[in-house]
Design a protein. Structure first.
Length: 65
């Protein structure tokens, strides 16, 4: 079930990229590698954002709305 949920996020990112022409990626909300925290590769730690947003975030932990 979790693998399917993650697959859907990656498919959503690909579809948004195709439809909008802007590159979308799957981001780890809590980074996998960070000096303060380590996130997990699980559906509830993933979100679809633009590549530009992801590059700005890098491996930082940002507050989410």
């Amino acid at each position: 079930e979790q693998k399917l949920a993650m697959r859907r996020l990656y498919l959503q990112a690909m579809e948004l990229t195709k439809v909008t022409g802007e590159r979308y990626v799957v981001d780890h909300i809590v980074p996998l590698i960070n000096s303060d925290v380590c996130g997990l590769h699980v559906p509830w730690n993933l979100r679809v954002i633009t590549q530009e947003e992801n590059l700005k975030k890098s491996n930082k932990l940002l507050a989410t709305p």
